[in-house]
Design a protein around this ligand. Structure first.
Ligand code: GLG
Length: 735
């Protein structure tokens, strides 16, 4: 349709880009976990699997990021003001209860009553498969007052605020993603969001199952629910409640169904990220669920006591209730116990968690409960839509676009690494993409960049373990090196444009400090005539999926430099490599598998390995006053603290974080990072060799289609048959 629309628009004096730019990104969370779900939805539809997605329809999304004087400012994201892709479903509503009390009825059954009722209303987003006849749905819930939006009596009596009070309270639940959970009220709101999402979605799934008139014993033959992280873990307790309280199954019979319905994906390695809810908060908001959690935990601990008598330490470690003050509920443990399969999202991550976080559960439940499904991305968006000319060039060589549904076919590009005409076309497309990004950078930041410079990109959420600070320290090191050279010696240098982008959660102070730090360094470097085009630093504000589609095709190099053992997977590495960008990486998360598929020779590696990180941290702790292990890094710190980039006070926090603590071992990895960056420069000087590595990067991306991830889930976990004949060719290209 695009050509028809493009032509038609020209009659009105518009371009198709004018039209597309009117469209907001779906503000459903552009972090890795959220974006992964979107790629999986595309793949489930394209692989013709009968699968739906459920989520919350955040009225104001997450937030729009504005950079003011180098600082992140958050604004509401009015993405729903114009959203032609959703279908309101006022006919699909679910009443969801909060607060209230639990009493026993005459038959001794628990009744949860007298609570506040909020109405969840469905909005459907069709998810058409690529080149298939199958369209699935993403069903998003928004919240409204069940008592109606408006209390006319109160309004008539002049009590205007209270006339709409119920509606405002109800709408708050689906207002914004990531309420600031540094506040108790923010945490309660987050819990409300999670429960509304779980209760409405489960009710909807059960409503549709009941249309089949089948007994509950068939439920797990017809329904499997994949929990994407701990956010929806309450669905496990909610299904138990529905089966026990509403369907009147006995507790254990219900639990048998529950624990065969759910599968659970864990997306983190970091203990501090794990969700814990204060018992008093759950007791107040969801009194019946708290009772069920106690009963589930009681049965669980009885089993542990029987199988591991006398091991009190084990009991404490695996209990769903943590004996802190106040007591807390470990939602991660609910996710594990209520699921028949638990997977991590990269081989390293899945192996690592069975030896750390989940070690006790492996011992009790068996290793077979735990598995891995490495993440993937949809090539339809991340290559074909984002980089149509490269997609067309690849199709011209492979003979068709079949590779978009069988990404292993890309391996045949290896046949053309010596085809000079193909390599010239390849290089021209990369340059075109860089020019497009350069124009965007100039339009939005005013910075002019040289498209023949090496575009070095890091666009991610600002989480400390992703180490954007390591990257900007490396940039300062490069700046100091240039400044120290006589201008006559600089001709051999490779010009660089360091491009950053990403948001910090509103409560993440060090992330926001790092954003400010990067912007301040950029201001100084970009206006230094002595450096000119040799080095530019750019921060692209409000990074989101549409901007990623502009940035990913334009990178020469992208940075995936998390402390080893901290990034569960990472998916932007796949997006950049699929567009012919090379990667500089640590041996962490999915980097390991990307490197294995591309070949070590075509990537730039550095840094301590995961098993060594704890030893390094221990050495830090045992030697608090230790000298910075890197003279290069010390020079960087001195330059910052001496005011080279303006008032050092607001910048000092980022530096002191490394000097005082360095939990992410930046000082220990810095010199090997610099060495890898030198290797990047060395390689980039030979453009023919660089293009060859770029082609091999794309050729190695077959494994990282989200189709492969989704096939793995459907065959190894969901056990569902696709309505389509499985594509046997897919297997021929496995390796
Ligand atoms: C998490 C992890 C990432 C992972 C993503 C998708 O931190 O490493 O790639 O989920 O599984 N919050 C995230 O982005």
């Amino acid at each position: 349709m695009k050509d028809v629309v493009t032509e038609g628009l020209q009659d009105f004096g518009f371009t198709v880009e004018d039209l597309i730019s009117q469209e907001h990104d779906a503000a459903l969370g552009n972090g890795g976990l959220g974006r992964l779900a979107s790629c999986f939805l595309d793949s489930m539809a394209t692989c013709q699997l009968p699968a739906w997605g459920y989520g919350l329809r955040y009225r104001y999304g997450m937030f729009k990021q504005q950079i003011v004087d180098g600082n992140q400012i958050e604004h509401p994201d009015y993405w729903l003001d114009f959203n032609p892709w959703e279908f309101p479903r006022p006919d699909v509503t679910v009443d969801v209860q909060f607060y209230g009390r639990v009493r026993k009825n005459r038959e001794g059954k628990s009744v949860w009553q007298d609570g506040e009722i909020i109405e969840a209303v469905a909005h459907d987003v069709p998810i058409p498969g690529y080149d298939t006849r199958n369209t699935n749905s993403l069903r998003l819930w928004s919240s409204r007052a069940s008592s109606g939006e408006f209390d006319f009596q109160k309004f008539d009596a002049g009590d205007y605020e209270n006339a709409v009070a119920d509606q405002l309270t109800a709408e708050t639940i689906s207002a914004v993603l990531y309420p600031n959970d540094d506040l108790d009220r923010g945490r309660e709101l987050r819990l409300k969001q999670q429960y509304l999402w779980c209760a409405a979605s489960l009710s909807d799934i059960i409503r549709r199952f009941k249309k089949s008139d089948r007994p509950w014993s068939d439920f797990t033959d017809y329904v499997v629910i994949q929990l994407n992280g701990t956010h929806p873990a309450l669905a496990i307790v909610e299904l138990q409640r529905i089966l026990v309280d509403l369907e009147e199954l006995n507790f254990n019979e219900a639990w048998q169904i529950v624990s065969r319905t759910f599968a659970y994906t864990t997306h983190t390695t970091l203990p501090e990220v794990r969700e814990k809810w204060p018992v008093p908060m759950i007791k107040k908001l969801l009194p019946r669920h708290m009772q069920l959690i106690y009963e589930i935990n009681h049965n669980w601990l009885e089993r542990v006591k029987k199988e591991f008598p006398g091991d009190l330490g084990l009991l404490n470690r695996v209990s769903i209730i943590e004996e802190t003050d106040p007591k807390t509920v470990r939602t991660l443990f609910i996710g594990i116990l209520g699921s028949f399969k638990v997977n991590g999202v990269s081989e390293l991550h899945s192996e690592q968690i069975t030896q750390t976080t989940f070690k006790d559960f492996v011992k009790i439940l068996g290793r077979g409960r735990f598995t891995n499904v490495t993440n993937g991305i949809t090539p339809r968006r991340w290559l074909h839509q984002a980089n149509p000319k490269l997609s067309a060039l690849i199709a011209s060589k492979l003979g068709s676009y079949d590779f978009l549904k069988d990404l292993y076919l890309l391996q045949r590009l290896k046949l053309y690494t010596n085809d000079s005409e193909f390599k010239k076309a390849w290089a021209d497309i990369k340059l075109e993409n860089k020019a497009r990004l350069a124009n965007y950078i100039t339009d939005t930041t005013g910075v002019q960049v040289n498209i023949n410079a090496l575009f070095d990109v890091q666009v991610k959420w600002f989480d400390e373990h992703k180490r954007q600070q390591l990257n900007i320290f490396g940039v300062i090191h490069r700046y100091l090196k240039i400044k120290a050279m006589d201008p006559s010696e600089r001709s051999g240098l490779v010009p660089r444009v360091s491009i950053f982008g990403g948001k910090a959660a509103p409560g993440n102070w060090i992330g926001k400090k790092t954003i400010h730090f990067i912007n301040k360094v950029a201001t100084t470097i970009n206006k230094d005539p002595d450096v000119g085009d040799l080095l530019k630093v750019v921060f692209i504000e409000d990074y989101n999926v549409s901007k990623a589609e502009l940035i990913c095709p334009a990178s020469d190099l992208s940075e995936h430099i998390s402390t080893a053992g901290t990034e569960a997977s990472g998916t932007s590495n796949m997006k950049f490599a699929l567009n012919g960008g090379l990667i500089i990486a640590t041996i962490d998360g999915s980097n390991i598998e990307v490197i294995e598929e591309i070949g070590e020779d075509n990537t730039f590696l550095f840094g301590h390995l995961a098993p060594d990180v704890e030893d390094v941290r221990r050495a830090h702790a045992e030697n608090p006053g230790r000298e910075c292990p890197s003279k290069n890094l010390l020079s960087v710190f001195n330059a910052v603290l001496d005011g080279m980039f303006g008032d050092p006070e607001p910048l000092a926090a980022v530096v002191n974080r490394v000097i005082d603590q360095d939990h992410y071992i930046i000082s220990d990895d810095f010199d090997s990072y610099i060495a890898a960056q030198d290797m990047v420069d060395e390689t980039y000087r030979d453009q023919d060799k660089w293009i060859e590595k770029s082609i091999l990067s794309v050729a190695g991306m077959g494994k990282f289609s989200s189709d492969r991830s989704v096939w793995q889930y459907s065959e190894e976990i969901w056990n569902i048959e696709s309505v389509a004949v499985k594509d046997p060719k897919r297997r021929e290209y496995k390796k």
